[in-house]
Design a protein around this ligand. Sequence first.
Ligand code: 0A1
Ligand code: ZN
Length: 872
Amino acid sequence: MRTETPKTIFLKDYKPTPYNIDNVRLTFRLHDTETLVRAEMKLKPNKASKAKKALLELDGEKIKLLSVAINGELLAPTEYVVSEHKLTIKTVPQKAFTLAIESQCDPKANTELSGLYMSNGVFCTQCEAEGFRRITYFYDRPDVLAKYHVRIEAPKAMPVLLSNGNPAGNGSISGTDRHFAEWDDPHPKPSYLFALVAGDLGSVHSDIITSEGRHVHLGIYVEKGKDNRCAWAMESLKASMRWDEKVFKRAYDLDVFNIVAVSDFNMGAMENKGLNIFNDKYILALPQTATDTDFELIEAIIAHEYFHNWTGNRITCRDWFQLCLKEGLTVFRDQEFTSDMRSRDVKRIDDVQDVRARQFPEDFGPLQHPPRPNAYIEINNFYTSTVYEKGAEVCRMIQTLIGAAAFAKGMQLYFKRHDGDAATVEDFVKCFEDASKKKLKQFFRWYEQAGTPQVAVSGKYDAKKKTYMLNLTQSVKRLKGQPAKLPLHMPLGLGLIGPDGRELHSGMIELTKAKQSFTFKNILAKPVLSLNRGFSAPIVLKHRATERDLLLQLAYDSDSFNRWEAGQELAKKLILERYHGKHGNQWPQKVAEFAEALRHPLTDTSLDEAYRAKLLDVPPYEELMAAIGKEIDPEKLYSAHEEFTAKLGEGLHDTLHEVYTSTESHAAYKPDAASSGKRALHYAALSLATRAQATWVEEALRQESQHATNMTAEYSALRISTRLRGALPEELSKRFFDAHNSDPLLIDKWFAAQALAPSESAADRVRTLMSHKDFTVKTPNRVYALLRNFIGGNFIGFHAPDGAGYKLAADVIIAIDAINPQVASRLATGFRTWRMFDAGNRKKAEAELQRILATKPLSPDVFEIISRTLKA
Ligand code: 0A1
Ligand code: ZN
């Protein structure tokens, strides 16, 4: 907790450690409140370090030091200093030596869920980024790679004892009711990848033989009684292993691969070597308990963690500034996996929607940072959408610029050159320069420069010369005090569409200058421009396309992304006209025309159903806010959005009913792309018809809820019903709770549905729900279900002009900060757009932000987020 202003760490200050730790033997005597840890380490002076006869300074936090010995000799207390965050040993041998440290920690009191903690009676660990220092004194940083041997001693009532690597023996401890297990990991790794689990867990097992002929035992461990919910996770794991062998030529490298699911976890999951630990919501799934979205997320997150085995574990990061080296690349890899397993077109739209909803607001506002930041206070605050998703977009742009073949070659070079290294982003990009012989110097700015580029577009057709000239101007908005931004190198997919819908030209251009023109010859008719196809660069296009042009694209664009995008652009235009009061009498007619234009693709059975469902998406608030920019009136924006959606639903009414009934299915539930796509369309139609208050929806929702045979149906009915007036929402909510109140993941869904139901008085409802007997601030999933959904997903509730949403958020952030700063800090990012609102809202938000900042003590996590949010 903060006693003074927290320290900032800078990339430019990177220095190797004066000593290396090559080998570690860890012994754990597990006890709820007093766990003993013995660490025996082999150290030697680090040749890469310039420091001579340096002190040995190890990280350590919230642990009690019991003893220190060098080469078997106990040190006297005068020979070392223990402070809140460090153990300093004044003199150590200047050649290889052993260091043995005994310490004690209290897993039961660990509410931050970092280090060794207990979740539902199970001992588990979370060491990324800096949790290992809460287990023992160590160089807790990613560039110190050691081989680990682990011995776990625990009561026999905890039969499952797991750690990284391969099993290396087990047995009883004579004369006690305790037993032990040993694990040996042959691959050197940084401390953040260490993991341990001990408990009484259920499990499922399987095997796989890798492409290199290794026989691997696969295990998934879950809370007892939940082992019947692991089949999908196991199937997804095997699919991931096969895919990585086929696409990236990467095979698994240990004899066992274990996954453990726990119910208390700050994030989604963690890629510890050979022992992935998951938030159980991303493992457990049965058709009756998990939605289609859950199934898809489970598949993707299992893949993501598994893919880290090469991108993150075998090749790790030199320091935490390089986080996007493993995260951006691994997200890119999991996106490719999902694209191959499901629909590539739909996955691209999903990913772009995610970038726009989460990354763009980060990049436009006070929490802006480049994918590779150059300073931080608390590294846990940098597991952001910029590092992950923009990091992945940057990898994708490299692939687009140098081509798929050179990209594949560059990846193989990266694996070959850097296996076993703690690498940098420079190392990574160099592999693609070498593989493609293309300079990526200017391109590298994407890693170092924050902000979303805007590209202004104008085009001119010369009917005589049959040429089309495209003029582009790129710029990045500067925040207060920032130096001028430099032009970026970006690939832009491009098409020119003729008036009859036929393609006159297609290809890719590379924009490198601040202002640049491109001329296309032999263009036989005045074209409609389709630019940034496939969202080839993560930018905002400023292009005044006419409604007619957008309608033509919606009907004919051969790029599925831009076809969908044209619909979104039109919808955005119409909502903004309404918001700005520029709609005039023609507005209902214009929405009706838009609905008419959607009717054709919506019923075109040659398009896949998941894609057709996407066409019904109404642009989210984040995008509308970005387009408005400042002085946003939340009530006006909310009603413009509502009115547009209702009108669109009215315009499409018959089609929605037809689509809804034609996508009904009585077949047994399957989670595959085609079946879930059909359900996506089914519920998208029902949802839009509900927004238009169609007469048939009430009965349809009741039937869906009463006769549901899967969670997708049940949860969709619950969520959609919150848009109706009358008694139905309450009826469905009660039915859902009564049916599922013994299942924590489904109680989360029940809280989420209420947190997301839009209303100006939603803050009151959420506050009342915080006193519900099933609400607890100790379980991150429960907090996220109720509060992150409210803050990030209930626009009018959170931004209610009376300030009740802001006050509730601040109260909760302050209360949770004392228990779990990472969770509090994640909630605090919800304020990042506060300056975009009108004076009334701004004043209320600022007062709450000041109140948080004045709280003592305050964690560095929340301090960093709130102080940055107030500053820019
Ligand atoms: N590396 C994990 C995410 C992760 C990060 C931090 C954590 O605790 C602070 C936990 C997990 C991933 O990318 O999946
Ligand atoms: Zn990751």
